[in-house]
Ligand binder design. Structure first.
Ligand SMILES: Cc1ncc(COP(=O)(O)O)c(C=O)c1O
Length: 373
């Protein structure tokens, strides 16, 4: 039997889908929105579709603002987090040479590639919080944030083990030490409640492809009101202009809000889908999604007799994924494939991520496969 909420999503036909930390399932409403808000205006109006197409970007920003408690104009659509981070760092007045960017060895590798490349280019240094450090310990952040820290990169929920960081407390420290903060919400947006007004970060970057069920290509950045006027993005274009329709090649002024990060003619398709996906998830409510997700994770943890849990046991330190390491992870992965349990394998073992459309039966099927290992 399917519930009303399950009916709202297309789920892969076979097996138990627990790969929501990678790609969330397509909401039916988002599929319809793509046709109605992108393809139909194009078919019927040609170039005159631009009005409606641009409305889709405003819907996207507005959906994020509602979900994360921000303001629509503080968001700017981006292709992915790597690109957003590159643009943010490149837009800021640089500190003296030798200053560093703080990040953790447990951050998503792509973020490290960006930071190290930019450090090389701008005469800065990356400083890594070692893998074994406890990232939830504020003393650790306090020790690592020194006078020559320029920017701190903070991943809200770690992708390998789903450890959740106390972002508001960390950004309180960065403020006190006048360090710029950039928070990665790729693994938390849509499954863990987020309140940007409480966080008081300088920047937040994320994507829609995972828990937000919005598909690839619809990332975003959020910039706080007090920092935006200091940002001078290098990657500009007429949509970064205060008045995109001015068309005076000798005059360029940055737009007033986060739109200055837009660049040239914007991409519309992925954001048309994800605007509707985010609205659908927000309609269900992130708190309800989180409670459901944690209930299923706890149900799995309570029943399994094999494997070492690598994700935190406490809900207030955990995101939406359960990582379990088995004696032989490859063998465990083969067993999952055989049983059509859709999951993946990373450094902390196998990752299982139940979303709002997963059921207790899904959790029990996984437990059965684990206990048979
Ligand atoms: C924590 C985290 N950050 C970032 C990314 C992806 O970055 P990008 O959007 O640049 O591919 C992922 C993808 O799995 C992730 O888990």
């Amino acid at each position: 039997m399917t519930t009303d909420i399950q009916e709202r999503f297309y789920q892969p036909e076979q097996g138990v889908y627990l790969l929501n930390h990678s790609v969330g399932c397509l909401p039916r409403s988002a599929s319809d929105a793509f046709v109605n808000h992108f393809l139909e205006p194009w078919k019927q109006q040609g170039s005159n579709a631009w009005g409606q197409w641009l409305d889709n970007l405003t819907r996207f920003n507005g959906a994020l603002a509602n979900l994360l408690n921000g303001e629509t104009q503080q968001f700017c659509p981006q292709t992915n987090l790597s690109s957003a981070l590159t643009k943010i760092v490149g837009s800021l007045p640089l500190p003296p040479a030798g200053h560093h960017i703080l990040l953790s060895e447990r951050d998503f590798p792509s973020m490290g590639f960006v930071i190290q490349t930019l450090c090389q280019r701008f005469g800065l240094k990356p400083r890594f919080i070692p893998h074994e450090a406890d990232l939830t310990d504020l003393n650790c952040w306090d020790d690592m944030l020194s006078d020559d820290t320029w920017l701190a990169f903070i991943t809200h929920v770690q992708s390998n083990d789903s450890l959740r960081l106390p972002v508001a407390e960390i950004t309180e420290l960065t403020h006190r030490k006048s360090v710029i903060s950039v928070v990665d919400i790729a693994q938390s947006a849509g499954v863990v409640p987020i309140d940007l007004k409480t966080w008081q970060a300088d920047f937040v970057i994320g994507s829609s492809v995972k828990w937000l069920c919005g598909g690839p290509g619809s990332g975003y950045l959020w910039a706080s009101d007090h920092i935006i006027e200091h940002c001078q993005p290098m990657d500009v274009g007429w949509f970064s202009h205060q008045n995109p329709m001015e068309f005076d090649i000798h005059h360029f002024d940055y737009g007033e809000d986060a739109g200055r990060f837009a660049g040239g003619t914007p991409s519309i398709m992925p954001f048309t889908v994800s605007a509707e996906s985010i609205r659908t998830l927000d309609g269900i409510g992130t708190e309800a999604i989180f409670q459901h997700n944690q209930k299923l994770i706890n149900r799995i943890i309570a029943q399994i007799r094999q494997g070492e849990i690598r994700s935190p046991l406490q809900e207030d330190r955990r995101g939406g994924t359960l990582a379990i390491s088995f004696k032989n992870n490859q063998k465990a992965m083969a067993a999952m494939n055989n049983a059509s349990i859709v999951c993946d394998q990373r450094s902390e073992g196998l990752r299982f991520s139940p979303h709002i459309y997963n059921t207790e039966e899904d959790a029990d099927q996984l437990v059965e496969v684990i206990n048979r290992l």
